[in-house]
Design a binder for this molecule. Structure first.
Ligand code: NDP
Ligand SMILES: O=C(O)C1=NCCCC1
Length: 334
Protein backbone atom coordinates (compact mmCIF):
# COMPACT_ATOMS: atom_id res chain seq x y z
CA UNK A 1 0.00 0.00 0.00
CA UNK A 2 1.06 3.62 -0.62
CA UNK A 3 0.23 6.31 1.93
CA UNK A 4 -0.93 9.68 0.58
CA UNK A 5 -1.90 12.84 2.40
CA UNK A 6 -5.35 14.19 1.56
CA UNK A 7 -3.70 17.10 -0.26
CA UNK A 8 -1.79 14.60 -2.39
CA UNK A 9 -5.03 12.75 -3.18
CA UNK A 10 -6.69 15.94 -4.41
CA UNK A 11 -3.61 17.12 -6.31
CA UNK A 12 -3.22 13.77 -8.06
CA UNK A 13 -6.89 13.79 -9.13
CA UNK A 14 -6.64 17.38 -10.36
CA UNK A 15 -3.42 16.69 -12.27
CA UNK A 16 -4.93 13.69 -14.09
CA UNK A 17 -8.10 15.52 -15.07
CA UNK A 18 -6.20 18.64 -16.18
CA UNK A 19 -3.70 16.55 -18.14
CA UNK A 20 -6.63 15.07 -20.09
CA UNK A 21 -8.13 18.47 -20.95
CA UNK A 22 -11.08 18.80 -18.61
CA UNK A 23 -12.26 22.38 -18.05
CA UNK A 24 -11.21 23.73 -14.67
CA UNK A 25 -14.72 23.63 -13.10
CA UNK A 26 -14.97 19.93 -14.01
CA UNK A 27 -11.40 19.32 -12.78
CA UNK A 28 -12.27 20.73 -9.36
CA UNK A 29 -15.72 19.15 -9.05
CA UNK A 30 -14.65 15.65 -10.17
CA UNK A 31 -11.48 15.82 -8.04
CA UNK A 32 -13.66 16.79 -5.05
CA UNK A 33 -15.88 13.74 -5.66
CA UNK A 34 -13.09 11.14 -5.83
CA UNK A 35 -11.24 12.89 -3.00
CA UNK A 36 -14.36 12.61 -0.79
CA UNK A 37 -14.67 8.89 -1.60
CA UNK A 38 -11.04 8.23 -0.68
CA UNK A 39 -11.19 10.41 2.45
CA UNK A 40 -14.31 8.62 3.74
CA UNK A 41 -12.98 5.09 3.02
CA UNK A 42 -15.43 4.52 0.18
CA UNK A 43 -12.81 3.08 -2.18
CA UNK A 44 -15.42 1.92 -4.72
CA UNK A 45 -16.09 5.61 -5.47
CA UNK A 46 -12.67 7.06 -4.70
CA UNK A 47 -9.51 7.60 -6.76
CA UNK A 48 -10.02 4.31 -8.61
CA UNK A 49 -12.94 5.90 -10.48
CA UNK A 50 -10.51 8.19 -12.35
CA UNK A 51 -9.44 5.20 -14.46
CA UNK A 52 -13.04 4.90 -15.67
CA UNK A 53 -13.37 8.68 -16.13
CA UNK A 54 -10.40 8.74 -18.51
CA UNK A 55 -11.58 5.62 -20.36
CA UNK A 56 -14.95 7.34 -20.76
CA UNK A 57 -13.23 10.45 -22.15
CA UNK A 58 -11.11 8.38 -24.55
CA UNK A 59 -14.27 6.64 -25.80
CA UNK A 60 -15.78 10.07 -26.56
CA UNK A 61 -18.56 9.46 -24.04
CA UNK A 62 -18.14 12.52 -21.83
CA UNK A 63 -17.87 16.20 -22.78
CA UNK A 64 -14.84 17.52 -20.85
CA UNK A 65 -15.85 21.19 -21.00
CA UNK A 66 -19.65 20.86 -20.88
CA UNK A 67 -21.43 23.99 -19.66
CA UNK A 68 -24.66 22.88 -17.95
CA UNK A 69 -27.88 24.78 -18.66
CA UNK A 70 -30.13 25.60 -15.69
CA UNK A 71 -33.83 25.64 -16.57
CA UNK A 72 -36.43 27.01 -14.15
CA UNK A 73 -39.01 24.38 -15.03
CA UNK A 74 -41.85 24.98 -12.54
CA UNK A 75 -42.37 26.60 -9.10
CA UNK A 76 -40.89 23.54 -7.38
CA UNK A 77 -38.81 21.98 -10.16
CA UNK A 78 -35.39 22.98 -11.46
CA UNK A 79 -33.90 21.09 -14.36
CA UNK A 80 -30.22 21.13 -15.26
CA UNK A 81 -29.11 19.87 -18.65
CA UNK A 82 -25.56 18.63 -18.03
CA UNK A 83 -24.98 18.53 -21.81
CA UNK A 84 -22.98 15.34 -21.67
CA UNK A 85 -20.60 16.37 -18.91
CA UNK A 86 -19.97 14.68 -15.57
CA UNK A 87 -22.84 15.18 -13.11
CA UNK A 88 -20.91 17.13 -10.47
CA UNK A 89 -20.85 20.54 -12.18
CA UNK A 90 -24.52 20.20 -13.16
CA UNK A 91 -25.35 19.46 -9.52
CA UNK A 92 -23.38 22.51 -8.37
CA UNK A 93 -25.26 24.75 -10.82
CA UNK A 94 -28.67 23.41 -9.80
CA UNK A 95 -28.29 23.34 -6.03
CA UNK A 96 -28.75 27.04 -5.23
CA UNK A 97 -32.03 27.05 -7.19
CA UNK A 98 -33.15 23.78 -5.57
CA UNK A 99 -32.48 25.14 -2.08
CA UNK A 100 -34.29 28.39 -2.81
CA UNK A 101 -37.31 26.56 -4.24
CA UNK A 102 -37.44 24.10 -1.33
CA UNK A 103 -37.40 27.02 1.11
CA UNK A 104 -40.20 28.74 -0.80
CA UNK A 105 -42.46 25.75 -1.43
CA UNK A 106 -41.43 23.35 1.34
CA UNK A 107 -40.54 20.70 -1.25
CA UNK A 108 -38.68 20.94 -4.54
CA UNK A 109 -36.96 18.69 -7.05
CA UNK A 110 -33.78 18.97 -9.08
CA UNK A 111 -33.78 16.91 -12.27
CA UNK A 112 -30.35 16.56 -13.83
CA UNK A 113 -30.43 15.38 -17.44
CA UNK A 114 -27.84 14.08 -19.88
CA UNK A 115 -25.07 13.63 -17.35
CA UNK A 116 -22.29 11.06 -17.10
CA UNK A 117 -22.51 9.65 -13.57
CA UNK A 118 -19.88 7.72 -11.63
CA UNK A 119 -20.02 8.98 -8.05
CA UNK A 120 -21.52 8.21 -4.64
CA UNK A 121 -24.66 10.18 -3.76
CA UNK A 122 -23.92 10.96 -0.11
CA UNK A 123 -21.61 13.84 -1.04
CA UNK A 124 -24.51 15.59 -2.76
CA UNK A 125 -26.83 15.01 0.18
CA UNK A 126 -24.30 16.49 2.60
CA UNK A 127 -24.64 19.78 0.68
CA UNK A 128 -28.41 19.75 1.20
CA UNK A 129 -28.40 18.67 4.85
CA UNK A 130 -25.82 21.42 5.44
CA UNK A 131 -28.53 23.82 4.19
CA UNK A 132 -30.94 22.38 6.79
CA UNK A 133 -32.93 20.34 4.26
CA UNK A 134 -34.11 16.74 4.27
CA UNK A 135 -33.20 15.18 0.94
CA UNK A 136 -33.51 12.12 -1.28
CA UNK A 137 -31.50 11.29 -4.38
CA UNK A 138 -31.48 8.45 -6.86
CA UNK A 139 -30.09 7.59 -10.26
CA UNK A 140 -30.07 4.66 -12.70
CA UNK A 141 -26.80 3.34 -14.20
CA UNK A 142 -26.18 0.62 -16.82
CA UNK A 143 -28.25 -2.58 -17.07
CA UNK A 144 -26.26 -4.95 -14.85
CA UNK A 145 -28.80 -6.26 -12.32
CA UNK A 146 -31.41 -8.99 -12.79
CA UNK A 147 -34.92 -8.30 -11.44
CA UNK A 148 -35.90 -10.65 -8.58
CA UNK A 149 -37.10 -13.87 -10.18
CA UNK A 150 -35.18 -13.16 -13.41
CA UNK A 151 -31.65 -13.99 -14.50
CA UNK A 152 -30.78 -11.39 -17.12
CA UNK A 153 -29.44 -7.87 -16.47
CA UNK A 154 -32.12 -5.18 -16.72
CA UNK A 155 -31.78 -2.68 -13.88
CA UNK A 156 -28.87 -0.49 -12.98
CA UNK A 157 -27.29 -0.70 -9.55
CA UNK A 158 -29.61 2.26 -8.91
CA UNK A 159 -28.57 3.86 -5.60
CA UNK A 160 -31.01 5.57 -3.26
CA UNK A 161 -29.71 8.07 -0.73
CA UNK A 162 -31.53 9.86 2.07
CA UNK A 163 -30.27 12.67 4.27
CA UNK A 164 -31.60 14.25 7.49
CA UNK A 165 -29.93 17.34 9.01
CA UNK A 166 -29.00 17.24 12.71
CA UNK A 167 -28.23 20.38 14.69
CA UNK A 168 -24.60 20.36 15.83
CA UNK A 169 -24.01 16.80 14.57
CA UNK A 170 -23.12 15.02 11.37
CA UNK A 171 -26.26 14.40 9.32
CA UNK A 172 -28.08 11.07 9.24
CA UNK A 173 -27.38 9.83 5.71
CA UNK A 174 -27.78 6.44 4.14
CA UNK A 175 -26.75 5.78 0.58
CA UNK A 176 -26.79 2.34 -1.01
CA UNK A 177 -27.23 0.56 -4.28
CA UNK A 178 -30.48 -1.35 -4.78
CA UNK A 179 -28.27 -4.22 -5.97
CA UNK A 180 -26.81 -6.37 -3.18
CA UNK A 181 -23.63 -4.29 -3.50
CA UNK A 182 -22.29 -1.53 -5.75
CA UNK A 183 -20.73 -2.79 -8.98
CA UNK A 184 -17.59 -0.86 -8.07
CA UNK A 185 -17.09 -3.12 -5.07
CA UNK A 186 -17.18 -6.23 -7.28
CA UNK A 187 -14.75 -4.57 -9.70
CA UNK A 188 -12.37 -3.85 -6.82
CA UNK A 189 -12.58 -7.52 -5.78
CA UNK A 190 -11.76 -8.49 -9.37
CA UNK A 191 -8.75 -6.13 -9.42
CA UNK A 192 -7.52 -7.59 -6.14
CA UNK A 193 -8.11 -11.20 -7.31
CA UNK A 194 -10.50 -11.80 -4.40
CA UNK A 195 -13.65 -13.93 -4.30
CA UNK A 196 -16.98 -12.23 -3.61
CA UNK A 197 -19.65 -13.48 -1.18
CA UNK A 198 -22.48 -15.63 -2.50
CA UNK A 199 -25.61 -13.55 -3.06
CA UNK A 200 -24.00 -10.68 -4.95
CA UNK A 201 -24.56 -12.16 -8.39
CA UNK A 202 -24.89 -15.01 -10.84
CA UNK A 203 -22.82 -16.14 -13.82
CA UNK A 204 -23.97 -16.12 -17.46
CA UNK A 205 -25.63 -19.51 -16.91
CA UNK A 206 -27.68 -18.00 -14.06
CA UNK A 207 -25.75 -19.93 -11.39
CA UNK A 208 -24.79 -18.29 -8.06
CA UNK A 209 -21.07 -17.45 -8.16
CA UNK A 210 -18.28 -16.13 -5.94
CA UNK A 211 -16.12 -15.32 -8.98
CA UNK A 212 -16.12 -11.53 -9.44
CA UNK A 213 -15.34 -11.71 -13.18
CA UNK A 214 -18.08 -14.29 -13.75
CA UNK A 215 -20.65 -12.12 -11.97
CA UNK A 216 -19.54 -8.99 -13.85
CA UNK A 217 -20.19 -10.93 -17.08
CA UNK A 218 -23.40 -12.50 -15.75
CA UNK A 219 -25.84 -10.50 -13.63
CA UNK A 220 -25.83 -8.82 -10.26
CA UNK A 221 -28.69 -9.47 -7.81
CA UNK A 222 -30.92 -6.98 -6.00
CA UNK A 223 -30.76 -6.60 -2.21
CA UNK A 224 -33.72 -8.02 -0.29
CA UNK A 225 -35.11 -9.98 -3.26
CA UNK A 226 -38.39 -8.52 -4.55
CA UNK A 227 -38.09 -5.47 -2.27
CA UNK A 228 -34.80 -4.24 -3.71
CA UNK A 229 -36.11 -5.15 -7.15
CA UNK A 230 -39.20 -2.95 -6.77
CA UNK A 231 -37.11 -0.06 -5.41
CA UNK A 232 -34.74 -0.46 -8.33
CA UNK A 233 -37.69 -0.29 -10.76
CA UNK A 234 -38.86 2.86 -8.95
CA UNK A 235 -35.45 4.48 -9.49
CA UNK A 236 -35.57 3.57 -13.20
CA UNK A 237 -38.99 5.26 -13.43
CA UNK A 238 -38.55 8.43 -11.39
CA UNK A 239 -34.98 9.18 -12.49
CA UNK A 240 -35.65 7.95 -16.05
CA UNK A 241 -38.94 8.43 -17.92
CA UNK A 242 -40.37 10.86 -15.29
CA UNK A 243 -37.56 13.33 -15.97
CA UNK A 244 -37.33 12.52 -19.69
CA UNK A 245 -34.06 10.62 -19.43
CA UNK A 246 -32.62 7.18 -20.11
CA UNK A 247 -33.26 3.92 -18.28
CA UNK A 248 -30.28 1.70 -17.47
CA UNK A 249 -31.01 -0.47 -20.52
CA UNK A 250 -31.00 2.66 -22.70
CA UNK A 251 -27.82 3.95 -21.06
CA UNK A 252 -26.17 0.60 -21.80
CA UNK A 253 -27.28 0.83 -25.46
CA UNK A 254 -25.82 4.35 -25.70
CA UNK A 255 -22.56 2.98 -24.32
CA UNK A 256 -22.23 0.78 -27.41
CA UNK A 257 -19.83 -1.64 -25.73
CA UNK A 258 -17.21 0.99 -24.85
CA UNK A 259 -17.37 0.25 -21.11
CA UNK A 260 -17.88 3.94 -20.30
CA UNK A 261 -19.56 5.40 -17.23
CA UNK A 262 -23.35 5.48 -17.47
CA UNK A 263 -25.13 8.40 -19.17
CA UNK A 264 -28.61 9.27 -17.89
CA UNK A 265 -30.42 11.50 -15.38
CA UNK A 266 -30.62 11.96 -11.63
CA UNK A 267 -33.51 13.06 -9.42
CA UNK A 268 -32.92 14.91 -6.16
CA UNK A 269 -35.81 15.93 -3.89
CA UNK A 270 -35.37 18.42 -1.05
CA UNK A 271 -37.82 19.13 1.80
CA UNK A 272 -37.64 22.04 4.22
CA UNK A 273 -38.60 21.04 7.79
CA UNK A 274 -39.22 24.71 8.63
CA UNK A 275 -41.95 24.88 5.98
CA UNK A 276 -43.56 21.67 7.18
CA UNK A 277 -43.41 22.52 10.87
CA UNK A 278 -43.24 26.30 11.28
CA UNK A 279 -42.66 27.28 14.93
CA UNK A 280 -42.80 23.62 16.00
CA UNK A 281 -39.69 22.70 14.01
CA UNK A 282 -37.29 22.40 16.97
CA UNK A 283 -39.75 20.32 18.99
CA UNK A 284 -40.17 17.78 16.18
CA UNK A 285 -36.49 17.65 15.20
CA UNK A 286 -35.80 16.79 18.85
CA UNK A 287 -38.15 13.79 18.46
CA UNK A 288 -36.01 12.67 15.52
CA UNK A 289 -32.98 12.79 17.84
CA UNK A 290 -34.80 10.45 20.23
CA UNK A 291 -35.17 7.99 17.35
CA UNK A 292 -31.42 8.11 16.56
CA UNK A 293 -30.64 7.66 20.25
CA UNK A 294 -32.96 4.65 20.31
CA UNK A 295 -30.95 3.04 17.51
CA UNK A 296 -27.62 3.69 19.17
CA UNK A 297 -28.85 2.65 22.63
CA UNK A 298 -29.23 -0.87 21.25
CA UNK A 299 -25.57 -0.93 20.24
CA UNK A 300 -26.47 -0.47 16.57
CA UNK A 301 -24.75 2.21 14.53
CA UNK A 302 -26.17 4.90 12.31
CA UNK A 303 -25.45 4.79 8.58
CA UNK A 304 -22.54 7.08 7.63
CA UNK A 305 -20.99 6.71 11.08
CA UNK A 306 -18.22 4.51 9.65
CA UNK A 307 -17.62 7.19 7.00
CA UNK A 308 -17.45 10.02 9.49
CA UNK A 309 -14.98 8.06 11.61
CA UNK A 310 -12.87 7.26 8.54
CA UNK A 311 -12.93 10.96 7.61
CA UNK A 312 -11.64 11.98 11.01
CA UNK A 313 -8.80 9.42 10.68
CA UNK A 314 -7.81 10.44 7.15
CA UNK A 315 -7.80 14.13 8.00
CA UNK A 316 -5.12 13.24 10.55
CA UNK A 317 -3.17 10.42 8.88
CA UNK A 318 -3.99 10.56 5.17
CA UNK A 319 -5.07 7.41 3.31
CA UNK A 320 -3.56 4.23 1.92
CA UNK A 321 -4.19 3.05 -1.63
CA UNK A 322 -2.97 -0.13 -3.37
CA UNK A 323 0.40 0.25 -5.12
CA UNK A 324 -1.05 -1.03 -8.39
CA UNK A 325 -3.75 1.65 -8.30
CA UNK A 326 -1.13 4.32 -7.64
CA UNK A 327 0.91 3.08 -10.63
CA UNK A 328 -2.18 3.00 -12.88
CA UNK A 329 -3.09 6.55 -11.84
CA UNK A 330 0.48 7.83 -12.36
CA UNK A 331 0.43 6.24 -15.82
CA UNK A 332 -2.50 8.52 -16.71
CA UNK A 333 -0.12 11.47 -16.37
CA UNK A 334 2.20 10.26 -19.12
N1 NDP B 1 -23.63 6.63 -9.19
C1 NDP B 1 -24.11 5.43 -9.28
O1 NDP B 1 -24.72 5.10 -10.28
C2 NDP B 1 -23.95 4.45 -8.18
C3 NDP B 1 -23.33 4.78 -6.99
N2 NDP B 1 -23.27 3.88 -5.97
C4 NDP B 1 -22.66 4.27 -4.72
O2 NDP B 1 -22.00 3.17 -4.14
C5 NDP B 1 -21.90 3.39 -2.74
C6 NDP B 1 -21.91 2.07 -2.01
O3 NDP B 1 -23.15 1.42 -2.20
P1 NDP B 1 -23.37 -0.07 -1.59
O4 NDP B 1 -22.33 -0.98 -2.09
O5 NDP B 1 -24.79 -0.44 -1.79
O6 NDP B 1 -23.08 0.24 -0.07
P2 NDP B 1 -23.34 -0.64 1.25
O7 NDP B 1 -24.10 -1.88 0.98
O8 NDP B 1 -22.02 -0.72 1.89
O9 NDP B 1 -24.32 0.32 2.08
C7 NDP B 1 -23.94 1.59 2.28
C8 NDP B 1 -24.84 2.34 3.24
O10 NDP B 1 -25.25 1.52 4.36
C9 NDP B 1 -24.63 2.00 5.55
N3 NDP B 1 -24.28 0.84 6.39
C10 NDP B 1 -23.47 -0.19 6.06
N4 NDP B 1 -23.37 -1.06 7.09
C11 NDP B 1 -24.13 -0.57 8.09
C12 NDP B 1 -24.44 -1.00 9.41
N5 NDP B 1 -23.95 -2.13 9.90
N6 NDP B 1 -25.26 -0.23 10.16
C13 NDP B 1 -25.77 0.91 9.67
N7 NDP B 1 -25.52 1.37 8.43
C14 NDP B 1 -24.71 0.64 7.65
C15 NDP B 1 -23.43 2.74 5.09
O11 NDP B 1 -22.90 3.62 6.02
P3 NDP B 1 -21.25 3.73 6.12
O12 NDP B 1 -20.82 4.37 4.83
O13 NDP B 1 -20.99 4.57 7.31
O14 NDP B 1 -20.74 2.33 6.25
C16 NDP B 1 -24.03 3.45 3.85
O15 NDP B 1 -24.87 4.52 4.16
C17 NDP B 1 -23.01 4.38 -2.39
O16 NDP B 1 -22.38 5.55 -1.93
C18 NDP B 1 -23.72 4.65 -3.71
O17 NDP B 1 -24.12 6.00 -3.94
C19 NDP B 1 -23.81 2.63 -6.07
C20 NDP B 1 -24.42 2.27 -7.24
C21 NDP B 1 -24.50 3.12 -8.39
O1 LIG C 1 -20.63 1.02 -8.25
C1 LIG C 1 -21.60 1.13 -9.00
O2 LIG C 1 -22.54 0.33 -9.01
C2 LIG C 1 -21.66 2.30 -9.90
N1 LIG C 1 -21.01 3.36 -9.58
C3 LIG C 1 -20.87 4.49 -10.40
C4 LIG C 1 -21.69 4.48 -11.63
C5 LIG C 1 -21.98 3.15 -12.15
C6 LIG C 1 -22.44 2.20 -11.12
Amino acid sequence: MIRLSLDEVHQLAEAILRHHGFAEDHVQAVADAVFAGERDACASHGLWRLLGCIDTLRAGKVVPDAEPEVIDQAPAIVRVDARGGFAQVAFQRGVPVLVEKARQAGIAALAINHCVHFSALWAELEVLTEAGLVALACTPSHAWVAPAGGRKPLFGTNPIAFGWPRAGRDPFIFDFATSAIARGEIQLHERAGKAIPLGWGIDVEGQPSTDASAVLKGAMLTFGGHKGSALSAMVELIAGPLIGDLTSVESQAWDAGTGSSPYHGELIIALDPKRFLGDAVDEHLARAEALFAGIEDQGARLPSQRRYEARARSLKDGVEIPEKLYEDLRALLR
